[in-house]
Ligand binder design. Sequence first.
Ligand code: PLP
Length: 453
Amino acid sequence: MKAGTQRLVELDRRHLWHPFTQMKEWQKSTPLIIERGRGNWLVDTEGRRFLDGISSLWVTVHGHGKKELDRAIRAQLRRIAHSTLLGLGNVPSIELAERLVTIAPGGLKRVFFSDDGSTAVEIALKIAFQYQEQTNKRNKKRKFLAFTGAYHGDTFGAMSVGEIDVFVRKYRPLLFDVIHSPYPYCYRCPVEAGNKYPDCKTACLDVLEGILKKHSGELAACVIEPLVQGAAGMVTSPPGFLKGVRRLTKKYDVLLIADEVATGFGRTGAMFACDAEGVGPDILCLAKGLTGGYMPLAATLTTEKIYRAFLGNYDEYRAFFHGHTYTGNPLGCAAALANIEIFEKEKVLEKLKAKIKLLKDLMKILEGLEHVGDIRQRGLMAGIELVEDRPTKKPYPARLRVGHRVCMEARSRGLIIRPLGDTVVIMPPLSIKEKELKKIVKIVKDCIEKTTT
Ligand code: PLP
């Protein structure tokens, strides 16, 4: 190991606290430290190259070192790095709000900026809640409806609407009550074991309707990860489910919050997952890919109707009392503007179709593996669920950390991926090349085989 790397490893062990990490284990490991990136590749401090198979945690869109993004940030830097939106405007945030409203799924007209996915969701929940307080004087619409397996971030509101037990268990006494409806995790149907789509006739929508019938009078909003629940293990919903959720939330007059933090910006094949089913939510949360994966920036979009409920005289205190120091950061907004421009100039979504099909075809070689239980894919988001026993779908004991071991093996072969439990995730940048995709799937196959047999 180079002396420079050794020094960084020691300092990291001494001072850093890594997210979602058992630090006792980390202290004993030799961390891989990324120094550079170019295209779909990462380079560590030892000069080793790795394919970025998870888009640096689902953010990188057009690759690393994309010259248009670099240039846009440099140009903005020559003007100003940061200026506040509290009491002032700034140029790129205004331009970006206009662009976002133009490309967002139907009817969204207002943009509230923040810094990351969790804050985008937190803001959506607060806006929905306050909207109901200010418009529904008789009915108290104060509860939220979320889906089983949901993940919306790590702040308290976002955790409350989340449902992945290990992430929220310790904080439960501090979380607010949420009503949960089953998300169509069709491999392990949460409505009835053994149900199969389409024979089930999307029974999860019937459950949702039952809940809405009973609780709509007390519901401020329903929050969903459209088409794909990412952190649940790339759980893809069957065609029509999202549209059904929109139809029912409209029927029962419940606001729909679409959390497109993970699915936004082309990941599912459409610019936004909502576009794929022609759905217009009342509130939309964006982050991750918004800046092409360059800067921490998030946006919560709402309809004009919601926005108007916050208007009034100063002393009526109807304003939205929320804001973060870096809200509308000009560097982030400049990157986001360049990101959207690349989508248009390079016809990214059109070119994506062939890559999505290629990934689907390539993953067929995984179907025959003894411990591959389910392969799920939507766009360039894919999850391979590993099980101990395929006929019974029996999961591996958690302590075996099979998913983690597959990903560590992949790392030793030049591929960075990260599992969600025992689901191995493939989520490369949209700029991934054909031969890189082939390499990714080949490594994943070899590593699954090596780890599970
Ligand atoms: N919402 C969804 C659907 C996500 O997948 C994530 C993160 O993975 C978040 C919210 C939280 O985003 P962040 O980690 O930027 O706070």
